[in-house]
Design a protein around this ligand. Structure first.
Ligand code: AMP
Length: 472
């Protein structure tokens, strides 16, 4: 199996962009799908959202069309998606992967101003990311010309069929050049997909991401708790959860090395002893971090998956998914780092509502549900800190050897209770820095934002577009 993006046939511009984004290695679907697509083959892929599927088709498409400038006003790539939200998300992904090649994705979906979209399309879009109904509308009104198309992707094809887009897809595909390359991704094996694939794909490479077996036992030993919060509150949430849980050692996973560095800084600012670990660091630095972690001179290690591979530390009490990992198997590998040597382990996941789908993929792999928890309130955190400080002080009194300090206290001739309180206050401030404002922050519950408390309960999380063409 090829292990790095450089092995997949992608050019320097894309590799540079991936390095900037901090992606360290391709996910399984990317390893399997990128080489045949770069080589020009059609592809029939089975992969759920949250597996890194977008990059699996966007990168090879960019590789193939990124340097073509022949007919700049006509799109060279088309991605069909079931919902407006996915259209926006996928177009954004093209924007970030395609920066170096100066290719952007233009999202086109129903329910938005038709004329504005048409103007955008006429100005020239190399990649159009569209819901089928609206794409067809633009084709009929001649604001979308597919005659120069080199590549088409049907993303979440099963969902598009479920939504009644079968005829639209048929009409769109029929209007594209025969020479185009086609990739079709679906989450399930619906028989109706086979028919479309048969008709519109040319000797496709079949790619299916096999699920690992026998993970149930590993996952069951570990308590799995999840917090669902808006993205902007992830750091505050993590800080509070760490304050409550008081881990012996926590390993916090981020998807990219940029996130690792940012989060390590943020947690250091909250008074934790933090080390970062990622693939951009030399071996000596990594060894140093591991030595410190084993020697209990660190509270939190923030790492990417690649850098944390093979880490085995007995006193690792907590694994934190600061992001839900793109491949569910990665989640299982991550949480397998804790709960070792007969100890109790806790896995904490901090997800945005958008990541709900990825959580469901994980639940179906581990056959275990997340325990959904409320973010600790500032009062809970304060009272936990107080208890901890009391316990620490009681221990220090018991340990004795206070003579030199006692003589200082006596020499001050002040009220001993007040003195002790002042000492506590400065100890507290020195440890935690000044987080007065952040400590008061009210982290909104997902249900406060008009959605249900549990992402699993989302009936329609992505604002489905109806296949209704009258909206333009
Ligand atoms: P997707 O399944 O395409 O929706 O991707 C899920 C998330 O994983 C997105 O936020 C991507 O930015 C991220 N992602 C995709 N591929 C990688 C990778 N190789 N390394 C790190 N993050 C990735």
């Amino acid at each position: 199996m090829k292990d790095s993006f450089a092995d997949l046939g992608l050019g320097q511009e894309l590799l540079a962009e991936l390095a900037t984004l901090g992606y360290e290695e391709p996910t399984p679907i990317q390893k399997a799908a990128i080489p045949p697509l770069v080589a020009g083959r059609d592809l029939l892929g089975q992969a759920a959202t949250g597996t890194g599927k977008t990059a699996a088709f966007a990168l090879p498409m960019l590789e193939r069309i990124g340097r073509e400038r022949a007919e700049p006003l006509k799109p060279l790539g088309l991605v069909l998606v079931p919902t407006r939200e996915l259209a926006v998300q996928v177009a954004e992904a093209y924007g970030s992967y395609g920066k170096g090649l100066r290719v952007a994705g233009v999202p086109v979906f129903g329910g938005a101003d038709f004329r504005k979209q048409a103007m955008g399309l006429r100005k020239g879009a190399q990649v159009v990311v569209a819901t089928p109904g609206r794409a067809l509308d633009h084709m009929r009104r001649e604001s979308l010309d597919l005659s120069a198309l080199k590549m088409v992707v049907l993303d979440e094809a099963d969902e598009m069929l479920d939504m009644g887009f079968a005829e639209d897809l048929e009409a769109i595909l029929t209007a594209t050049p025969e020479t185009r390359q086609t990739a079709l991704f679906r989450a399930t094996l619906a028989p109706r997909i086979a028919r479309i694939a048969e008709k519109h794909l040319n000797d496709p490479e079949r790619v299916q991401i096999a699920r690992e077996k026998g993970v149930k036992g590993t996952a069951a030993k570990v308590r799995q708790v999840a917090y669902v919060v808006p993205r902007a509150f992830k750091v505050v949430t993590l800080g509070r959860v760490l304050d409550m849980e008081d881990p012996a050692l926590a390993l916090v996973f981020c998807r990219t090395r940029i996130e690792v560095d940012e989060l390590a800084d943020a947690l250091t600012g909250r008074g934790y002893r933090v080390e970062a670990l990622h693939g951009g660091m030399g071996q000596m630095d990594r060894d140093r971090v591991m030595r410190k972690a084993r020697g209990q001179a660190v509270d939190v290690v923030v790492a990417t998956d690649v850098a944390a591979r093979g880490i085995d530390i007995d006193h690792l009490s907590h694994v934190v998914n600061f992001d839900v990992p793109p491949a569910p198997e990665t989640y299982v590998h991550r949480i397998g780092r804790t709960g070792r040597a007969g100890r109790e382990g806790t896995a904490i996941t901090i997800a945005t509502p958008r990541e709900g789908r990825m959580m469901r993929n994980i639940e179906s792999l581990t056959k275990q549900r997340f325990e959904m928890a409320d973010v600790p309130t500032p009062d809970q955190v304060r009272s936990r800190r107080r208890d901890r400080m009391k316990a620490e002080l009681a221990k220090a009194v018991e340990a004795g050897e206070l003579e030199p300090y006692l003589s200082t206290v006596r020499s001050m001739e002040m009220d001993p209770a007040e003195l002790a309180a002042a000492a506590l206050k400065s100890l507290h401030e020195a440890r935690r820095g000044d987080h007065a404002a952040e400590d008061k922050l009210q982290v909104p519950k997902w249900e406060d934002r008009g959605g249900p408390a549990h992402p699993r309960a989302e009936s329609e999380p992505r604002g489905k577009e109806r296949p209704d063409r009258a909206t333009g």
